[in-house]
Design a protein around this ligand. Structure first.
Ligand code: NAG
Ligand code: NAG
Ligand code: NAG
Ligand code: NAG
Ligand code: NAG
Ligand code: NAG
Ligand code: NAG
Length: 516
């Protein structure tokens, strides 16, 4: 009967209408928080490259705002508390010199100590290992630790902090962690411990901008090997890729305690922040992938917030004004990569407010370096497949580990490129968006952290989904485009050789040595 049909139709319409209104409310409450982002918070660099290693960068502001603290449980405040240096003990507490730092690093790496193992039990073959690459951004690291402390099941994991900067303050923070097993590994080829020699800057290295003929005349070290743009090596740009590679090799191939490990390894960085259900979602993703997408070798828990505005709408002049030193360095480099970023413009990218709609959605798609490099997860099987093509990683003229991995992914003989299962409602956030020296009103760590905190609080009831819905996104043509050449910065034969050397180190047994 038409009458009845009409009524049903009306009912559906009303329900739909109500749903839309609800959605509007949800989204706009997200947008509101988003709205103040003209302050430069959205001047975000989507790259993971953390450059420069100057000591001054070691940031440890005393400015954790009340607002941020209010959302941190009292018992976790200790990770945010800055302990003033004990000046009365200055004679015994001198900072270590390079020789001493190298010695300490060697001792720690030899000992392979796992803290809290007595409380939380040994590393099992399926223990989730969370590898955190740490440079010097202590304030962010504090917040990452706070977020990890609140994650369910964190006590069953092993946190591996991988440092390329030795600092007692960072070390003592890491050692205060009492909610799970903790290990520290120290990248032994850092610029810090090699200030006047490769892999740091050797006085006889060619200047970055030297012309080829000029370099030959100068007889500088690497005269024959500029990168594909004709530039010579810059130590600070190479360190992140070296460190990433060393850390992965160390964890999969060298540590005694991972010899029979077959479980997942999660890759985080010091300025990430996790949602409390990230391990729950990770396990769901793994089982979903095993059932529906065995070819999904990589999982990705993260998404960059608002990366897009940066490239699409950011006003260049404003950008320069609001950039910190680090970001300026990056911006200079941005030109190299713009081509690649533009290639992603058609990518249907999930921005911040959409979190609400996506807490339980995952997407299966070809892995793309700059989109899926955050909160990346894989296991030994995948690592072995990466290792079998290590020269694609080590010899590719690109100083970014993620682009190098993309290159490798696109050159797998007889295998498709990596597929990723990506979490559309991100469980890992990038909080290190703001400038380091940036003390301007709105652009500080607190603002971003408090945004993420609030987002997670508002969506609390949407966390811990019971199941996931997966969709397949083949990616646009541009997105699938083969990399033609790298971004450069990795032309120096010494970098390529050191990268290869790192894969040759065999598994090492713990050496117990006593030291105070
Ligand atoms: C840190 O904050 C506390 C409390 O707000 C204040 O008393 C102290 O002077 C600050 N210290 C520094 C070094 O700014
Ligand atoms: C600490 O250092 C300062 C300046 O270097 C010096 O004046 C002071 O006596 C030292 N204090 C101790 C306890 O050594
Ligand atoms: C500072 O160091 C001195 C000497 O080592 C020690 O007696 C004192 O308790 C320390 N103070 C603090 C606040 O740690
Ligand atoms: C570093 O300190 C050690 C002892 O603490 C000392 O023997 C060595 O000479 C120092 N090295 C340099 C380069 O200052
Ligand atoms: C992990 O260890 C358990 C018990 O030691 C064993 O039963 C299981 O087969 C191992 N799993 C893998 C994948 O090696
Ligand atoms: C490791 O990951 C691969 C690809 O995702 C999967 O097929 C394999 O079963 C995993 N291995 C273990 C031991 O879980
Ligand atoms: C790589 O290892 C070889 C052999 O041990 C060594 O001679 C060479 O200096 C190493 N190269 C770098 C850059 O570390």
């Amino acid at each position: 009967m038409p009458r009845l049909k009409y009524a049903t139709f009306l009912r559906v319409l009303v329900i739909l209408g109500l749903f839309c209104v609800w959605l509007q409310i949800m989204v706009s409450s997200g947008l509101e928080r988003d709205g103040d982002s003209s302050s430069g918070v959205n001047v975000v660099d989507s790259e993971t490259v953390l450059v420069t290693t100057e000591r001054e960068e070691l940031m440890n502001g005393n400015d954790t705002s009340e607002q941020v603290l209010a959302l941190v449980p009292q018992e976790l405040h200790k990770y945010l508390t800055v302990h003033p240096k004990n000046n009365t003990a200055n004679t015994t507490d001198l900072p270590k010199n390079i020789t001493e730092i190298r010695r300490a690093i060697k001792r720690y790496n030899d000992a392979q100590t796992i803290y809290n193992e007595d409380i939380y039990g040994p590393v099992l073959n399926d223990t989730v290992i969370i590898a955190i690459q740490v440079h010097t951004r202590l304030t962010y690291l504090r917040h990452l630790i706070v977020s990890l402390a609140q994650a369910r099941d964190i006590e069953r994991t092993l946190l591996v902090f991988s440092h390329d900067y030795y600092d007692e303050e960072i070390n003592s923070l890491v050692r205060t962690i009492d909610f799970t097993k903790v290990m520290q590994i120290f990248y032994p080829f850092s610029i810090q411990t090699h200030p006047n020699e490769f892999p740091g800057v050797d006085p006889n290295d060619c200047p970055r901008d030297a012309k080829f003929e000029q370099a030959i005349k100068l007889k500088c070290n690497n005269a024959l090997h500029p990168d594909l743009h004709g530039h010579y090596r810059e130590a600070k740009y190479t360190q992140t890729k070296h460190h990433w590679w060393w850390k992965a090799n160390r964890i999969f191939n060298q540590l005694q305690s991972t010899a029979s490990h077959t479980g997942m390894v999660v890759f985080l960085e010091e300025d990430h922040y996790v949602a409390e259900d990230f391990l729950h979602v990770l396990n769901l993703m793994r089982t979903t992938a095993d059932k529906t997408c065995p070819q999904c070798e990589l999982l990705s828990l993260g998404t960059y917030l608002k990366t897009y505005q940066y490239h699409a709408t950011a006003d260049k002049r404003k950008k320069q004004l609001t950039l910190s030193y680090i970001q300026q360095v990056r911006a200079a480099n941005e030109e190299r990569r713009r081509r690649k970023m533009d290639a992603m413009a058609s990518w249907n990218y999930q921005v911040y407010p959409n979190f609400y709609g996506y807490t339980q959605k995952v997407e299966i798609t070809p892995w793309h370096s700059s989109i899926h490099n955050m909160g990346m997860v894989f296991n030994r099987t995948v690592w072995n497949s990466i290792m079998s093509l290590q020269d694609q990683f080590c010899e590719y003229d690109d100083y970014n580990w993620d682009y190098s991995l993309l290159h490798l992914s696109q050159n797998r003989k007889g295998k498709e490129k990596f597929k990723v299962m990506m979490c559309k409602g991100p469980r890992v956030f990038h909080i290190g968006e703001c400038g380091l020296h940036h003390k301007k009103s709105n652009c500080n760590a607190n603002l971003v952290i408090s945004k993420v905190q609030k987002l997670l609080q508002t969506t609390k009831r949407l966390l811990y989904p019971k199941r996931l819905t997966a969709s397949i996104n083949p990616g646009g043509a541009k997105h699938n485009k083969k990399l033609v050449k790298g971004n450069g910065g990795w032309g120096d034969r010494r970098d390529q050789e050191m990268c290869t050397n790192m894969t040759k180190i065999e598994r090492q047994l713990k050496k117990y040595t006593y030291f105070a």
